[in-house]
Design a protein around this ligand. Sequence first.
Ligand SMILES: *Cc1c(COP(=O)(O)O)cnc(C)c1O
Length: 394
Amino acid sequence: MIDTELLRDPCARTATPVLSFDSARSLAVQHGTPLLVTSRSRLVRNYWEMKQAMPGVDLYYAAKANPAPVILEALAAEKAFVDVCSAGEMVAALAAGFTPDRMLHTHPCKTEDNFRQCYDAGLRWFVYDSESEAEKIASWSTDVNLTSEVNLLLRLAITAQSSKINLSAKFGAPVEDVASLLEAASRRRLNVRGFSFHVGSQCVSPEDYCIAIAKVREVWDLATRMGFVLSVLDIGGGFPAPYRDDVPSTDSFCGVIWRGLQEHFGRMNVRFLAEPGRGLCAESTTLVTKVIGKSKRWGMPWYFIDDGIYNSFSGIMFDHGDFPILFESSGDRPVAAGVIAGPTCDSGDVVCRDQEMPDLEVGELLMVPCMGAYAGASACPFNGLPVAKSVLIA
Ligand SMILES: *Cc1c(COP(=O)(O)O)cnc(C)c1O
């Protein structure tokens, strides 16, 4: 028999749970289900793997992906930086131990409240992508000396072909507008320090970053010719996590990006930033959910579980999630096609239609790895069903 493990790409990252079914059972007895189990060591390992693969790049964890205190606290303790988009995320980051000088506010369309609360707390790095946003920021931050302490990054719209979620459809300026947007900021005495972009979330080809970096080098040179002195290049988020499909290892993926940075900006005095969300936190968390019922519909087995698309599986709706579902001792039980559905009364609340599964028993536990990003963060208590609890393990 061929060992399928050997056929796997040795550089690939595969979705793996952070606990065994035995541990899941004892945690389920203690805390109930559905339960999101976060491994601090897995999170910290992911952070250091990415840092080591891109030496000199400051990692601003994108709090949007998972603002849970356990995640923010663990990253603050490692001296990470943080990317926030709202006063709420800033407050959560402050509570977790991040200081305002280690924060970047990346929302390109801020309300006055959002801006002022962050500015008043001491945050000084913001993002803009339109003349209107520059106008707003100048009116809120410029004091009697007519200068602003605000540092701005101009976000560019650069989308990669390989990304699952396009984040330039809504935000980011077209590169053709760079000159006029730089002038719009400098006319208002705002300090533009550099550029940012986001290749899109769950990007699976690191070459896409290199294409974006090369494009930024062109507008960087244009800005220099216009007299701007820039110092910061922010390559955004997008770093992938393994779901049902493997992804390249952090080392190989980030290595390509790092070489791209050296190629296009290596001999310049530039500070590099990245805003990884999913790539840091997705693998840190495994969902433990319980089978609460079963039936047969037109010959097909249906299993009902206590978590669904309104809860941790909300990533299916909002994040194109394709989560692998793990069954206990699946190697020893015959498998067949089946449907797994969530606990709400919504008939659209189905989490899996195309995986083979054993004949599941009511009461048995299932595990779903890679539930740390865009899962619990977008869950809601629809139908009076509470969102999953969270626990932290070593
Ligand atoms: C969502 C977002 C991120 C994080 O993206 P990931 O794909 O999770 O790494 C980073 N920066 C900005 C501006 C974002 O909107």
